[in-house]
Design a protein around this ligand. Sequence first.
Ligand code: FES
Length: 67
Amino acid sequence: MYVCVCNGHSDRDIRRAAESGVRCTRTIYEQLGKPIRCGRCIQTADRLVQEVHASTLDSLEPASSRG
Ligand code: FES
């Protein structure tokens, strides 16, 4: 689905960039070649980035420490 209508960035684009280790939404947009414009998408994009990094941390956590 499109997260950013102004630039045509999809949730996949943003997730893929976050999975490469980028934590800043602004940096992700710059890497995708189109910077933030109207800013209406930022909350959604930030949430996607946080989800990716939270799931990455979950996968790194030792199984013995999971409740
Ligand atoms: S919808 Fe993303 S900058 Fe406008």
